[in-house]
Design a protein around this ligand. Structure first.
Ligand code: ASP
Length: 337
C-alpha cells in the first residue's frame, strides 16, 4: 500500500474468536478459541505502512454471536474511529460472519470502513488462511478508497460488500460469495483493486434505546407445510417472523390462512429460501402466492435472503419501527424501490 510518508494510517483491530483463534491444547484433539488479538497479529503489522491497535473483545465460536456482542463491537469500533482510526478490522468465526457484516452494514454510520474477516483453517492446520486474511483486511481498512463503503468482508483476497456477502461453503477457503453482485475488489501485492467507485448507501439505522429482547425467528416453507409451526410461534409471542418461503416468495395454502390471521399480531417478512434472486410482486395469484401475501399485508424482502431479512427485521423492531417503516426499509434495503 502506498501512503504519504508523513501520515501512517491507524487501524483498530478487534478479535472476537472463531476458527482463526482456535487451536487444540497440549494433548488435545479439538480446537477451541485460545488466541488473543495480539497473538493473531503477531508481527503482521510491522512491515506495513500503518499503525495497528488491537484488542480482544471476546473469545467465542461465532455460533454464539449475539446482539449484545455485535453492539459492543460496533460501539468499540465507533470509539476507535473517533480516536483517530482510519479503518477497523473485526476478526471472528466464519459461521455467522455474514450476519455480523450485515448488522454493521445496517448500523455503521461512519465513513471509515469496517472490515470483517476470519479463517476456514485453524492455525494448527497446514495452509492456515488466517494470517493472509488479516493482512488483506488490514490493507483494506487502511486504504482511503474504502471510505464510504460501509461494512466490508475481506476473505481469500476478495473484498465483499456486507450488503451481499454470504457463506456458501462449510470447508473451502473460498467460503464467501457475493453472487450475483460479485466482489467489490481484489487484494493483490498489497494493493486493493476496487472495480467501481463507492455507491450511495441507505442511512445507518439508529440504535439509541434499542431493545433486542424477544424472538424474530425464520420459518422455512417446504413440503407438508401446514402453517402449524408459524401458528405456534405467533401464539408464543414472537415479535415478528421471517418466512424462508419457496421460490420467489410462495407458501402453501394452509400457511397462507395462518399468515392472514398472524398478520393481525406481528409483521411478517417473506424472503426467498433459495438465497438468490428477488422475491416477486405480481406474477402469481394462487393462494399463498406473492401477490396473495402482499394483499394480506406481508412485506416482501426483495433481494435480501432470510438471514439478512431477520437481522433487518429484528433491528427495526428493536427500535420500535411501525409496520409502514418495516415495509419502507425492506423496499429500500431489499432493492425493491
Ligand atoms: N467454523 C467456524 C469458523 O470458521 C467456527 C466459528 O464460526 O466460530 O470460524
Amino acid at each position: 500500500m502506498s501512503v504519504s510518508p508523513e501520515k501512517r494510517p491507524l487501524v483498530a483491530v478487534a478479535a472476537l474468536g472463531g476458527t482463526i483463534s482456535m487451536v487444540p491444547g497440549d494433548g488435545e484433539d479439538h480446537a477451541v478459541p485460545r488466541l488473543t488479538a495480539a497473538d493473531l497479529l503477531g508481527d503482521l503489522g510491522e512491515n506495513l505502512e500503518m499503525d495497528v491497535r488491537a484488542e480482544t473483545l471476546a473469545g467465542i465460536s461465532s455460533a454464539s454471536m449475539d446482539f449484545a456482542t455485535l453492539i459492543r463491537t460496533r460501539d468499540w469500533a465507533a470509539r476507535a474511529v473517533d480516536e483517530g482510526a482510519e479503518g477497523v478490522v473485526v476478526i471472528q468465526g466464519t459461521d455467522t460472519l455474514e450476519e455480523t457484516a450485515y448488522f454493521f452494514e445496517l448500523t455503521w454510520a461512519s465513513e471509515a470502513p469496517i472490515v470483517v474477516t476470519g479463517a476456514m483453517r485453524n492455525p494448527s492446520l497446514p495452509s492456515a488462511d488466517g494470517a493472509g486474511n488479516i493482512l488483506a483486511a488490514l490493507t483494506v481498512a487502511a486504504d482511503p478508497r474504502g471510505r464510504g463503503r460501509g461494512s466490508l468482508v475481506a476473505f481469500n483476497d476478495d473484498v465483499h460488500a456486507g450488503r451481499w456477502v454470504r457463506k456458501t461453503h462449510s470447508s473451502h477457503v473460498e467460503a464467501f460469495s457475493s453472487a450475483p453482485a460479485g466482489p467489490l475488489a481484489l487484494v493483490s501485492e498489497g494493493l486493493v483493486h476496487y472495480f467501481h467507485p463507492a455507491a450511495a448507501r441507505p442511512a445507518a439505522l439508529p440504535l439509541e434505546n434499542a431493545d433486542f429482547s424477544g424472538l424474530v425467528p425464520i420459518v422455512e416453507s417446504g413440503v407438508e407445510d401446514t402453517g402449524e409451526l408459524l401458528e405456534t410461534l405467533v401464539k408464543a409471542g414472537v415479535k415478528g417472523v421471517v418466512l424462508a418461503a419457496n421460490g420467489a416468495g410462495h407458501v402453501s395454502a394452509g400457511s397462507a390462512d395462518v399468515i392472514e390471521r398472524a398478520l393481525a399480531e406481528v409483521p411478517i417478512v417473506v424472503a426467498g429460501r433459495t438465497g438468490a434472486g428477488p422475491t416477486f410482486r405480481g406474477t402469481y395469484g394462487f393462494r399463498g402466492s406473492e401477490s396473495d401475501l402482499i394483499a394480506m399485508g406481508a412485506t416482501m424482502a426483495g433481494w435480501l435472503d432470510p438471514r439478512k431479512s431477520r437481522l433487518l427485521l429484528h433491528t427495526l423492531l428493536a427500535t420500535g419501527a411501525s409496520r409502514e417503516r418495516v415495509e419502507a426499509e425492506f423496499r429500500l434495503r431489499g432493492d425493491l424501490a
